[in-house]
Design a protein around this ligand. Structure first.
Ligand SMILES: O=C/C=C/C(C(=O)O)=C(/O)C(=O)O
Ligand code: FE2
Length: 293
C-alpha cells in the first residue's frame, strides 16, 4: 500500500505566464514565492509553494502527493512498475525545480500526470496574499476520470485513500482527517478538474463572489454549500479554463473505523444545499449547467 500524506502542489503549463501570474495574484490571491526562468511559484500557506505555472502546454497538468520517506518512494515505484505504469525518476534539476528532495512521476489509469514526492520544502513563514482573499491553504484537487470505479480502486487499493462520500460514481477521498484531498469526476479525458483553496469563513466566500464577478471573471458555481463535506464554496474560471474553488468549513472525519461513505445523487441537489447549479463541464451530468467550465 502506497501511503500518501497529503496533496502538495499542482504544476500547470501555460502559453501566457504573465497572464497566469496576474490572475493568481490579483484574482485568486496567492503570493509569488519565487520566479525562475519560464516558471513562477506561488504560496498559499506555510509551504514553499503549492502552485507553479510554467511556460508550456496548458494540457501539461501535474498533481503531486507527499510520501513519508525515500524508502517509501522506492517501494511505490516498484509497486507502480509491477502494475505496468511507466515510472519516471526525477532528475536533480527536476527535484530542484519542484523544491523536493526526490520524486517519481507516472500516469494514473486515466492518464493524469501524478508526482509522488519526498520532503517538499516548507518555509515556516506564513503566506501573505496580494489581495485579502482569506486563503488558509491549498487543500484538494478534483481529477478527471474516464472510469470512476477503476480509478477509485487505484487510489484506494494501490494507495491509501479512503472514500468519504460519493456523488453518483464520483468519489470524494481522504488521505488524512480532512473530508477529501482527491475527488474524481467522470469526464472523457484526463486533466485537473478543479483546484481548491480553503478560505477563513463565509465572509471570504461572499466577498470573493462580489470581487470575482466585479472583475469579469466567470463564476461557474456558487456561492453554495456542499451537502457532502458541508463546505461553503465558490467556483470560478482561471487561465486556460482551469476551475478554481474557494471553500470553507470542510468537515473532518475523526471516527475513522466507524465512518461509512454516503451516496449522494448526481444532480444539482447532490452538489449544492442552497440550490446553486453548476456550470462546469465535468459536473454537467448533473443537468444543472451549460457544460461550460
Ligand atoms: O459537488 C461536488 C463537490 C463536493 C465537494 C465537497 O463536498 O466539498 C468538493 O469540494 C469538490 O469535490 O469540489
Ligand atoms: Fe472541491
Amino acid at each position: 500500500m502506497i501511503e500518501l500524506k497529503d496533496v502538495v502542489y499542482c504544476r500547470l503549463g501555460t502559453a501566457d505566464l504573465a497572464g497566469a501570474e496576474w490572475f493568481a495574484t490579483n484574482i485568486l490571491g496567492l503570493e509569488v514565492s519565487e520566479r525562475r526562468r519560464g516558471a513562477i511559484y506561488f504560496k498559499s500557506d506555510e509551504r514553499a509553494h503549492t502552485l507553479c505555472y510554467f511556460e508550456g502546454d496548458p494540457a501539461d497538468q501535474v498533481t503531486a502527493f507527499e510520501l513519508g520517506r525515500g524508502e517509501d518512494l522506492q517501494t511505490a515505484a516498484a509497486t507502480l512498475e509491477a502494475l505496468g505504469h511507466h515510472v519516471h525518476y526525477g532528475t536533480r534539476e527536476e527535484c530542484e525545480a519542484r523544491l523536493v528532495r526526490e520524486f517519481i512521476r507516472f500516469r494514473d489509469p486515466t492518464g493524469n500526470s501524478i508526482e509522488f514526492v519526498v520532503r517538499p520544502e516548507t518555509t515556516g513563514r506564513r503566506y501573505h496574499g496580494t489581495r485579502d482573499a482569506g486563503i488558509t491553504g491549498f487543500s484538494h484537487v478534483g481529477l478527471c476520470t474516464t472510469d470512476a470505479a477503476r480509478d477509485e480502486a487505484f487510489w484506494t487499493s494501490v494507495c491509501n485513500a479512503r472514500v468519504s462520500d460519493r456523488i453518483g460514481d464520483a468519489p470524494l477521498m481522504r488521505l488524512g482527517t480532512i473530508h477529501h484531498s482527491i475527488a474524481l469526476f467522470p469526464f472523457h479525458k484526463a486533466g485537473i478538474q478543479h483546484i481548491n483553496h480553503q478560505v477563513g469563513g463565509t465572509d471570504d466566500i461572499q466577498r470573493s463572489f462580489h470581487f470575482v464577478s466585479d472583475n469579469q471573471v466567470k463564476i461557474t458555481f456558487g456561492p453554495g454549500q456542499h451537502p457532502t463535506s458541508s463546505a461553503e464554496f465558490l467556483y470560478f474560471t482561471g487561465p486556460d479554463g482551469m476551475t478554481f474553488e474557494y471553500s470553507t468549513g470542510v468537515c473532518e472525519i475523526h471516527d475513522e473505523p466507524l465512518w461509512r461513505d454516503r451516496q449522494f445523487h448526481f444532480e444539482p441537489k447532490g452538489f449544492c444545499k442552497w440550490g446553486s447549479a453548476p456550470r462546469i463541464a465535468a459536473f454537467d451530468n448533473a443537468k444543472g449547467g451549460d457544460g461550460q467550465g
